[in-house]
Design a protein around this ligand. Structure first.
Ligand SMILES: [Zn+2]
Length: 347
């Protein structure tokens, strides 16, 4: 009897020890496992931390048309993709923040005014329709060695301005932007059909030395010029000497061509710019040996925020709010959210 109970006792002790042998390591490891992997899937070291939007941007969920497919993402995730595509990540942080706020504002303006995609999506990734957008993987491939730092900067520009929007009269503005101007931006009415009170001509501190192709030159043979212009303006009379084809240019305060007579037809400088593929409407021309040579300053339509101007302001110590209130007249920069766009799963 005694031996039996001794045996039973030692079996019990062994069992307890054996159990402890398995349980003890778990007691040590499990809390770490929870901390590491409890809420999120394992982190891929090469891709950095997954992006998490700020509280306000995270509340707004968008359907983003990307080619044939519709991607669902929150406003912050979408804006990171837009800033990656629309501004060099090497720019100053305050310029990147101004870009993030301009892109957020443009997005909300599009949604509020009905957008281009009906019931399919709020916005798309086509730069000629809505705004350019680049997914993280592709951006990293383009950036190469600078990928980690660039991605971190772009994400900070978005989260650091969470929910901030440019407002005029309390509503989001048409926050258009361009690459570089000729030292002055242009009023919307000089370029497009309608004037807008917040899109006026303002000074822009472009640092021409640091801007690639700030001054560009493009030449057309008489035949090439004729072909392009007649396709757009069939009524233009392009007979006689090349030197007489363009005349009576009306130049606006920013040095851009507001209007010009092309073969007797008066066209907007911005229209001729797109017909000929000039980098901006800030151009002069010369007739040389039966050719037309154009000298162009800056890049883009010249309306709203100049990205290189914003970068120069940021380098001089200006913050993103001041940059935005400089380029957009009479506006405020405030937190703003659209009603009716809720968290994922609640749509
Ligand atoms: Zn679109």
């Amino acid at each position: 009897m005694r031996r039996k109970s001794q045996v039973r006792q030692s079996v019990a002790v062994s069992a307890v020890l054996l159990a402890l042998l398995f349980i003890l390591p778990l007691l040590v490891v499990v809390p770490f496992r929870t901390a590491l992997f409890g809420r999120e899937s394992p982190v891929d070291e090469t891709e950095g931390e997954p992006f998490v939007s700020g509280d306000l941007d995270g509340e707004t969920v968008l359907r983003v048309l990307d080619g044939e497919s519709v991607l669902e993402m929150d406003l912050g995730e979408y804006l990171v993709g837009v800033v990656r595509a629309e501004m060099p990540a090497s720019f100053q942080m305050e310029a990147l923040k101004a870009q993030a706020v301009a892109a957020r504002t443009y997005t909300l303006y599009k949604i509020q005014t009905g957008g281009n995609h009906g019931d399919t999506a709020e916005i798309c990734t086509d730069s000629t329709c809505c705004q350019a957008y680049i997914a993280e993987e592709r951006a990293r491939a383009n950036w190469g060695e600078a990928a980690e730092e660039n991605e971190r900067k772009v994400e900070e520009a978005v989260t650091g301005t969470d929910g901030q929007v440019v407002l005029y009269g309390g509503v989001p503005i048409l926050a258009v932007f361009h690459s570089s101007s000729a030292g002055l931006t242009r009023a919307a009415g000089e370029v497009w059909l309608n004037d807008l009170p917040y899109l006026q001509a303002v000074t822009s501190p472009e640092d021409s030395d640091s801007i690639p192709n700030y001054y560009s030159r493009i030449e057309f043979t008489a035949e090439a010029f004729k072909q392009k212009v007649l396709a757009a303006y069939p009524e233009a009379d392009l007979s006689g000497s090349v030197s007489g084809w363009l005349r009576d240019a009306v130049v606006d305060g920013a040095g851009s061509v507001a209007a010009v007579s092309v073969g007797g037809v008066t066209v907007k400088g911005s229209s001729l710019r797109s017909t000929l593929g000039l980098r901006s409407a800030c151009f002069t021309w010369e007739a040389e040996d039966g050719k037309l040579v154009f000298f162009v300053t800056g890049y883009g339509h010249g309306v709203g925020m100049s990205q290189y101007g914003a970068n120069a302001m940021a380098a001089a110590g200006t913050d993103y709010r001041e940059i935005l209130t400089h380029y957009y007249s009479g506006v405020t920069v405030e937190p703003y959210q659209l009603a009716g766009f809720t968290k994922r799963g609640e749509m």
